[in-house]
Design a binder for this molecule. Structure first.
Ligand code: NBP
Length: 482
């Protein structure tokens, strides 16, 4: 009997919790998993006493679905998604919907949307953020793909998503891979936010000599103001957490960061699209450098830095400067993230609503923060805003914090404590606000060695080659780019 509103394939942490969330909101879910025994186990344990039903085969699962059939995948990204899609196609009819809620690459979602639409099956690639807790009690959901699917999934998606002031952190993002692209940029920004917090921690620990309890207190204070966010909150808790011997657990954790790839994909996309998303790029490289732990330990024995890493001034004042540096750098990171979204929208023909994206990230997800509410307001005020930095709220905030930001970067450089994201954010800010950069010299160098031509300030869009040495030719290059 067709009784289920939606099927969910993939009974690992995300799938199980999303099913229970859907059940709480009154939807009947049919659960399925590649290793079929997990279905019975789930029904007997976590889903006991709920309206969740199960299936032992994809055929049985499909037979239990109301039409148009909605099938959501929460399996490992990559070939597992394609394998399930291939098995589902012969079982589905025109207008049925396949939703991929995994962390798929947006290029895969573009390909899947195209090939499924050719078969008259609707495809949705949806970013899902918030981890286990989010999936269970309200994730941020970023669906994109075949727009015709949206009216059929909207009630379920907006029903189970996180809410901020009653508004769902879920809306239609755009065509084909747009949902997964926005999720990718979310994850890239998450990398940046985490690295910025780590730099603040590093400075407080090594330059100011603060204890974990003191730092936990500082993050607790910061969480009451403009930096109020999930990541600051968990940092406060992590720093306060004691191991069984009473010492802070964080002190014992090996300083070699892992990564699954979404930060790297964001950086790659920014390079492909020619957008200076420098802060996310640096945050990915900072993780790479951290993972060279053994090499760093060896180098630390022979490469010297400044004679002291201790800051001798007023500690309390410096903590406030660090807070301001973090805030200013965070503004730059989000400004860069939205620059990337704007360029991607142009490249891939997506109509993105930036205020709505800010709202999707405002709750439920890992980067959720009060700050995203300010970003939403900026885009609501001016949907055509070219850069967040030009919005009055953010412009004033940067102006207020930049003296502190410069002090912190200068201190870090003087004491030899690496702050790649604070520093790159400041360099970007100074570059972005410069009407004149030294790229005139680059153009001259390129023309000198490769006849690449240049434009004159007085005659833009006219390309000129100079015979700089007197013995070069006067023919310019049209193919060689360096
Ligand atoms: P996993 O990413 O660990 O995937 C486990 C599921 O994938 C199981 O159902 C497993 O089936 C299935 N699977 C695997 Br593994 N290989 C398969 C294959 N070759 N063919 C078919 N099925 C296969 O689970 P998760 O952590 O719940 O994440 C699910 C998706 O959500 C992933 O794409 C993940 O990146 C994304 N995501 C995760 C989080 C998070 O916090 N964990 C947050 C946001 C998004 P089996 O039981 O038979 O092995």
């Amino acid at each position: 009997m067709a009784e289920a509103d939606i099927a969910l394939i993939g009974l690992a942490v995300m799938g199980q919790n999303l099913i229970l969330n859907m059940n709480d909101h009154g939807f009947v879910v049919c659960a399925y998993n590649r290793t079929v025994e997990k279905v019975d186990k789930f029904l007997a344990k976590e889903a006991k006493g709920t309206k969740v039903i199960g299936a032992k085969s994809l055929k049985e699962m499909v037979s239990k679905l109301k039409k148009p059939r909605r099938v959501m995948l929460l399996v490992k990204a990559g070939s597992a998604v394609d394998a399930f899609i291939d098995q589902l196609i012969p079982l589905l009819e025109d207008g049925d919907i396949i939703i991929d809620g995994g962390n798929s690459q947006y290029t895969d979602s573009q390909r899947r949307a195209k090939s499924l639409e050719e078969k008259k099956i609707l495809f949705v690639g949806s970013g899902v953020s918030g981890g286990e807790d989010g999936a269970r009690y309200g994730p941020s959901l970023m669906p994109g793909g075949s727009e015709k699917a949206w009216p059929h999934i909207k009630t379920i998606f907006q029903g189970i998503s996180a809410k901020v002031n009653g508004e769902p952190c879920c809306d239609w993002v755009g065509a084909d891979g747009a949902g997964h692209y926005v999720k990718m940029v979310h994850n890239g920004i998450e990398y940046g936010d985490m690295q910025l917090i780590c730099e603040a921690y590093h400075l407080m620990r090594d330059a100011l000599g603060m204890s974990e309890d003191e730092m936990s207190g500082v993050f607790g204070e910061w969480n009451k103001g403009e930096l109020d966010s999930f990541l600051i909150e968990i940092t406060q808790n992590i720093l306060a957490y004691k191991d069984t011997d009473g010492t802070p657990l964080v002190r014992k954790i090996r300083d070699a960061a892992g990564q699954k790839g979404t930060g790297k994909w964001t950086a790659i996309s920014s390079l492909d699209l020619g957008m200076p998303v420098t802060l996310i790029g640096e945050s990915v490289f900072a993780r790479c450098l951290s993972s060279l732990k053994d090499e760093r330990v060896t180098a630390s024995k022979s490469l010297k830095g400044p004679s002291t890493t201790k800051y001798e001034g007023d500690r309390k004042e410096m903590v406030e400067h660090i807070r301001q540096a973090l805030y200013a750098s965070k503004i730059i990171s989000y400004a860069q993230g939205f620059m990337l979204l704007r360029e991607a929208a142009k490249e891939y023909n997506w109509t993105l609503n930036y205020g709505s994206i800010a709202l999707m990230w405002r709750g439920g997800c890992i980067i959720r923060s009060v700050f995203l509410g300010n970003i939403k307001e900026a885009f609501d005020k001016n949907p055509g805003l070219t850069n967040l930095l030009l919005d009055d709220f953010f412009k004033d905030a940067i102006h207020r914090s930049q003296a502190s930001w410069r002090k912190v970067c200068a201190m870090a450089v003087t004491l030899g404590i690496p702050t790649p994201c604070f520093s790159t954010a400041l360099a970007f800010y100074d570059g972005y606000r410069s009407g004149s950069l030294p790229a005139n010299l680059i153009q001259a160098q390129r023309d000198y060695f490769g006849a690449h031509t240049y434009e004159l300030l007085s005659k833009p869009a006219q390309f000129i080659h100079t015979n700089w040495t007197g013995h070069g030719g006067s023919v310019s290059s049209s193919t060689y780019t360096a």
